[in-house]
Write a protein that binds this ligand. Structure first.
Ligand code: GDG
Length: 736
């Protein structure tokens, strides 16, 4: 069975220095819970930083820690203070975190951060490579390690790599701000499956992939030159049963068994049975919308005076990154706001905001969830937000109302909550009122739906679905690779070629012999290609034919000096060696003035596009257009063309970033067949990359070696990945 390994910034264990040795204690966080079952069950390792700076440890202590971690199947990536400072505090938390949460004004594009980020990502990759075997699965987590997928894939292509991003992926207009945007995307594309919390993050990612790297995306598959990658939404869940069971336990506790906090909470309600509590829990972070919440709560107390003395907001803020300037400022802003509200609306018996700036034991958290009537979650941007789900799981009697920001990823699954815009303080104030006055049966009705959804898609389901996705992508990739020429097949082909007496070789030009160029006129043959063709044409057993959609003039100019036959314009014209051009069929071009204005209109409306005129066809090129607009317009154009060609004998051909309208009745398949005639070729080879070549693959005799360049679906009998592989194959034939 293949093993599953996990890579994340932090290991799922905390290490603390005790008097004589080090103690390990398991983390209780959602990721640790969800992943622990996976890597243990599949016999893998967890690779991550143990949380102590290497500078504070002696060599012996590092060995001791490593030995301890190995017993838990964990491998430590040891980092120095400087590395933590530059890679973690610097690039991860001062560049990616603010940018991906749309706080571009907080980014510090310091090149030293970037250098450290690359170096430390390499360290994580290296540690993983030491333990990962071919056929294993590696699941990498989050924004600190965006480069690791590619770093592993490039060394071990036979390892299946999953990547999950726990924070939002921003829209292209924001992502493009980053000086190292291409490098980060390429790093992520080393994965086989990329997971996001929501479909919105996924589509933003696709948009950046398309615009920055120009890869084609169909449904949720990204087509690289030699691989298919899948991206999908996997909304992360919680360990529902754990929260629910603890919440149930709490309701059965006697007064003596209750914690001090719990007793305090109960005292609050003793003053008046109508008293209510609103809860919020977050890390200290500018993305969590804490000041907005306080402003809105102030507004609420002002607008709904009947709730003064009756409603308190318990705000648990967990200290985080408080050495960083923005966080310090945020902390003072919160302190000031809490002081102002309590000063204005509080008295000796009533504190409007109970503010805890610390972290609390897990049990206290459950008590807070269980005793609060409303959870008020107002992030201005949040990848998911697990607190919302935890509140739902703890409401064992199904009372309670969740008010949640539309900017939290979790909102997609929480349609029965009250949904607010975190920047609309009036709306939040009114929503607090709505939540506090909601009849119990309505609370229960809503909570029932929320609970059944969150219970079903818990953290185990989440991780299980992701692993299923990884297995599915393996299947898809195998399907795409199914016809790929292996070394034994290529040997067989060379042997058949060598023993043949009369060989026909059909080669498409663009995308087969040369790569694509932004300017089609710049794709002339290079030195290597000239040599390759010369080598093939020198062997008198070979009949080489270049079969292309290009026009006569261009191909004759480029290849006229070779002893090769030319079939151009998708089969309209044939020029045999030493002969003149001949038309293979009587083709008309009288339709051009009708179609041309439509194409011109599309050129006017789509910057970067242009028309190429061939003798018997018109081509609209959109490779240089902004990619999404290009695709959109291409579909529009096809649609309009379909209506227009009805009365003409025309065909619409869709090539690689081109749409071509040509006279019907002739194609590369018919042309190749006619060329072969009754001659007794005992070896036929045809290579091409786009769907115009599919005609050729279909029409040639079954015994022919038909080879598709690229991994897409094809009628050819074999596939090769790239122009480079075509040239390698031709080289081995030429060497015969
Ligand atoms: C990132 C993304 C995404 C909080 N205070 C205490 C405490 N907690 C626990 C909560 C909850 C977790 O911390 C916070 O999780 P969130 O999801 O709300 O937020 P981030 O930490 O920002 O996490 C986020 C998440 O990754 C997962 O993908 O949802 O969007 O930003 O589980 O219960 N736990 C204890 N004491 C506390 O005082 N024990």
């Amino acid at each position: 069975m293949s093993k599953i390994h996990i890579v994340s910034n932090r290991l799922p264990l905390s290490i603390s220095r005790e008097e004589e040795s080090f103690e390990l204690s398991p983390s209780v966080g959602g990721l640790a819970t969800g992943m622990r079952s996976i890597y243990k069950e599949y016999g893998g390792k967890w690779i991550g930083w143990p949380g102590l700076a290497k500078d504070d440890l002696t060599e012996d202590e590092i060995v001791e820690i490593d030995d301890k971690l190995v017993t838990e199947d964990c491998l430590a990536v040891h980092l120095s203070k400087e590395e933590i400072n530059l890679y973690y505090e610097g690039f991860s938390n001062n560049v990616i975190w603010p940018l991906f949460h749309y706080f571009a004004q907080f980014c510090d594009y310091n090149p030293d951060y970037w250098e450290a980020y690359k170096k430390v990502n390499q360290k994580f990759a290296q540690k993983a490579l030491e333990t990962v075997d071919d056929g294993d699965i590696v699941w990498i987590h989050d924004y600190q390690l965006l480069l690791v997928p590619e770093m592993i894939k490039s060394v071990k292509p036979n390892v299946t790599i999953g990547f999950f991003l726990h924070i939002p992926f921003p829209s292209f207009e924001v992502f493009r701000i980053l000086p190292w945007r291409n490098e980060l995307i390429k790093g992520m594309l080393g994965s086989d499956l990329i997971g996001f919390h929501t479909y919105d993050y996924e589509r933003h990612f696709f948009s950046s992939v398309r615009r920055l790297l120009g890869y084609e995306i169909s449904f949720n598959e990204i087509h690289l030159e030699d691989r298919i990658i899948l991206a999908d939404a996997f909304p992360m869940g919680i360990d529902y049963d754990k929260f629910e069971n603890l919440a149930k336990d709490i309701t059965h506790k006697s007064l003596q068994e209750k914690s001090e906090l719990h007793r305090e909470l109960e005292k609050y309600f003793l003053v008046s049975p109508d008293r209510k509590l609103i809860l919020s829990i977050d890390r200290l972070d500018y993305t969590k919308g804490i000041p907005n919440r306080l402003h809105a709560f102030e507004k609420f107390l002002n607008k709904y005076p009947e709730f003064r003395n009756q409603v308190s907001l318990i705000m648990l803020v967990v200290p985080s990154r408080d050495e960083v300037e923005q966080y310090k400022l945020l902390k003072s802003e919160i302190d000031e706001l809490v002081g102002r509200i309590n000063g204005q609306y509080g008295d000796v018996n009533y504190t409007p905001v109970w503010y805890f700036y610390r972290s609390l034991p897990f049990e206290n958290l459950i008590e807070l969830y269980s005793t609060s009537d409303v959870a008020l979650i107002t992030p201005v941007r949040d990848g998911m937000n697990l607190v919302a789900k935890e509140y739902i799981a703890c409401r064992v009697n199904q009372s309670g109302v969740l008010v949640i920001s539309e900017m939290a990823g979790a909102v997609k699954e929480l349609g029965e909550a009250i949904i607010i815009n975190p920047n609309n303080e009036d709306e939040i104030a009114d929503s607090i009122n709505q939540a506090l006055t909601m009849p119990l049966d309505e609370q229960r009705r809503r909570m029932k739906y929320l609970q059944s959804r969150i219970r079903r898609y818990d953290v185990f389901k989440w991780s299980g679905e992701f692993i299923k996705g990884l297995k599915k992508v393996e299947g898809i990739q195998q399907h795409f690779l199914a016809k790929r020429i292996t070394s034994s097949l290529s040997k067989e082909l060379v042997e058949k070629f060598a023993s043949a007496k009369k060989r026909a070789i059909f080669l498409d030009y663009d995308g087969t012999l040369v790569g694509f160029n932004n300017d089609p006129q710049a794709a002339s043959p290079d030195e290597e290609l000239h040599k390759l063709i010369t080598k093939l044409e020198e062997n008198e057993k070979n009949t080489v034919t270049i079969i292309s959609g290009r026009d006569r003039e261009t191909l004759e100019k480029w290849l006229g000096n070779h002893k090769v036959n030319l079939i151009v314009e998708h089969g309209v014209w044939l020029k045999k060696i030493g002969e003149d051009w001949k038309m293979l069929d009587n083709i008309s071009s009288t339709w051009k003035p009708t179609i041309r204005p439509l194409l011109e209109n599309f050129v006017d409306r789509t910057p970067g596009t242009f028309i190429e005129e061939k003798n018997y066809s018109l081509v609209w090129h959109y490779r240089n257009a902004e990619p999404e607009q290009g695709e959109l317009r291409a579909n529009e154009l096809k649609d309009e063309l379909r209506n227009m060609i009805a009365n003409h004998n025309l065909e619409i051909m869709e090539g690689n970033k081109v749409i071509e309208v040509k006279a019907g009745g002739i194609n590369k398949g018919i042309a190749a067949q006619r060329f072969l005639g009754d001659d007794d070729y005992d070896f036929i080879l045809a290579m091409g990359d786009d769907w115009t070549d599919e005609y050729m693959f279909r029409e040639l005799p079954e015994s022919a070696y038909t080879i598709k360049v690229g991994l897409k679906k094809t009628e050819a009998s074999y596939k090769v990945e790239s122009v480079k592989s075509v040239r390698n194959l031709l080289k081995s034939l030429g060497a015969e």
